[in-house]
Design a binder for this molecule. Structure first.
Ligand SMILES: Nc1nc2c(c(=O)[nH]1)N=C([C@H](O)[C@H](O)COP(=O)(O)OP(=O)(O)OP(=O)(O)O)CN2
Length: 189
């Protein structure tokens, strides 16, 4: 069975190298909608694949892109310096921030979050099924596990600015993920 949780963020970017001139030459923004789907072979004690509330780290991750500029790490030094100087919230990405790029990157990170989550309510084998990123009402990209073969990066290649990190309620969560620490969930009473 699959479940889906929708997250949103307001983000800005340039997509270098794409066919659309407006898109590749101008900073512009979108109201993104991210659909995170999970699958499992069994239901937990609450007859759920997993409780949506256990996706709190996914919420923090996606909110980190909110009111933020996403900069591809292949941009020129000069451009990256400009972004750093004039934008408190920016994310440096190892992949161009197209809808496809976001879906691949988010799939990679969310997959790690799910794999590092310890479930305590008799959940089955919960795994990430897909991440769909809507850039506009009419355009989206969906990443499945097999699509990760198209790219090569790791968590260390994704960098959140100080302005973003300062707003994290649990400042260590990203470091914990980098260290492969398990996110423990309390057993329901
Ligand atoms: N395959 C992709 N194509 C395009 C992407 C993308 O991420 N993946 N991104 C863009 C631009 O970011 C652009 O701002 C959005 O373009 P588009 O969907 O064409 O948006 P419009 O509002 O102009 O679309 P209409 O439906 O024609 O109003 C471009 N392409």
């Amino acid at each position: 069975m699959n479940i889906t949780k929708i997250f949103r963020f307001e983000g800005a970017h340039i997509v270098r190298g794409c066919s659309s001139v407006r898109c590749r030459e101008n900073i512009h923004g979108h109201s993104y909608r991210v659909e995170v789907s999970l699958e499992s072979d069994r239901l937990d004690n609450g007859f759920m694949v997993m409780d949506f509330s256990l996706l709190s780290k996914v919420k923090v991750l996606i909110d980190s892109f909110d009111h933020s500029y996403s900069v591809w790490d292949k941009e020129s030094e000069e451009f990256m310096q400009m972004v750093d100087t004039f934008n408190k919230r920016h994310v440096t990405m190892p992949i161009s921030p197209s809808a496809e790029g976001y879906s691949l990157l988010l799939f990679y990170v969310i997959d790690r979050i799910i794999k590092n989550t310890s479930f305590a309510n008799n959940e089955g084998h919960v795994q990430l099924f897909s991440v769909k990123v809507h850039e506009t009402e009419t355009g989206s990209a969906t990443c499945f596990a097999k699509d990760m073969e198209m790219v090569f990066f790791d968590l260390n290649d994704l960098k959140f600015s100080e302005g973003i990190q300062k707003e994290w309620k649990t400042p260590t969560w990203w470091h914990d993920l980098l260290q492969n620490k398990v996110f423990e969930n309390e057993k329901p009473i």
